[in-house]
Ligand binder design. Structure first.
Ligand code: ATP
Ligand code: MG
Length: 264
């Protein structure tokens, strides 16, 4: 595995993942407000997030990136179209069912680490499972802790950890329940580039080595280059997609959009 080139691993992941969809939006529309204050945040978005794939979502501020993530993750209602996690259609689920689905099948990572200051790293990692009354699978937990490089830090409280380490705790917390899919909204937005690179490396490892599925919103072409593909949003629509992105190609594409935006 370690001798395989990154592109080789990516190809393998994609081949086995084509049939299996971890989450899907179909003609998804989200409208906020009414009348004059109405905002069409998503305008007929259709996208698949395949299993064991790392997808980055990019686009200008206000293009609907967070909204797409929230709607597909069942954190926000949709106006029309459909969203599903695995085989489960979100529309029509009762609140309780939705809460259970989020708890059991989805991992979240946000820009703010959202750790509880009174709990140590390990307690933070297992908190969602403790709340759900689920017993952590110890072997999986060990793997996760090792993957994110926190083995020597489990007894530390958040204030005793660097920003990067805190975000790694948040990544481990999202992974601990072995979710079907993880959603990360600008997970490196509060980190310096070195800590950011660490966290992105761990997200990528969780896909490559643990077979997890990650969807990440980012503004940063370098962060996007860790993904297997990039989906570009503008004005609530998907306007482009890129496979095997590099930071340079992503940057070029973004400049292209800027130029088009100015001339149209
Ligand atoms: N709760 C809300 N009520 C009303 N409008 C909203 C709400 N949430 C988002 N919007 C609007 O929907 C559009 C998309 O917002 P969204 O937060 O998805 O953008 P984004 O691409 O994540 O932007 P950013 O990069 O700044 O985080 C914006 O015009 C925003 O003002
Ligand atoms: Mg956002």
């Amino acid at each position: 595995m370690t001798t395989t080139t990154p592109s080789g691993v990516q190809t393998a992941a994609r081949t086995t993942a084509t049939a299996a969809v971890a989450a899907r939006a179909t003609d998804l529309t989200k409208v906020y407000g009414q009348g004059e204050t109405q905002v069409v945040a998503l305008d007929g978005v259709s996208v698949d997030f395949r299993k064991a794939e790392f997808t980055a979502i990019m686009g200008p501020s206000g293009s609907g990136k967070s909204t797409l993530m929230h709607c597909v993750a069942g954190l926000d209602s949709i106006s029309s179209g459909s969203a599903r996690i695995g085989d489960t259609e979100l529309t029509g689920l009762k609140d309780k069912q939705l809460t259970k689905l989020r708890r059991d099948k989805i991992g979240f990572i946000f820009q703010a680490f959202n750790l509880l200051p009174t709990l140590n790293a390990l307690e933070n990692i297992t908190l969602p499972m403790d709340i759900a009354g689920r017993k952590p699978d110890q072997a999986w937990l060990d793997t996760v802790v090792e993957t994110v490089g926190l083995s020597g830090r489990l007894k530390h409280r958040p204030t005793e950890l660097s920003g990067g380490q805190q975000q790694r705790v948040a990544v481990a917390r999202a992974l601990a329940g072995r979710p079907e899919i993880m959603f990360a909204d600008e997970p490196t937005g509060n980190l310096d580039s070195r800590s950011g690179a660490e966290v992105l490396g761990f997200l990528r490892n969780s896909v490559r080595e643990l077979g997890q599925t990650v969807v990440m919103v980012t503004h940063d072409p370098v962060a996007a280059s860790y993904a297997d593909r990039v989906v570009f949003l503008a004005d609530g629509r998907i306007v482009d997609e890129m496979a095997d992105p590099t930071a340079d190609r992503v940057l070029d594409r973004m400049k292209d959009f800027d130029a088009k935006g100015r001339t149209s």
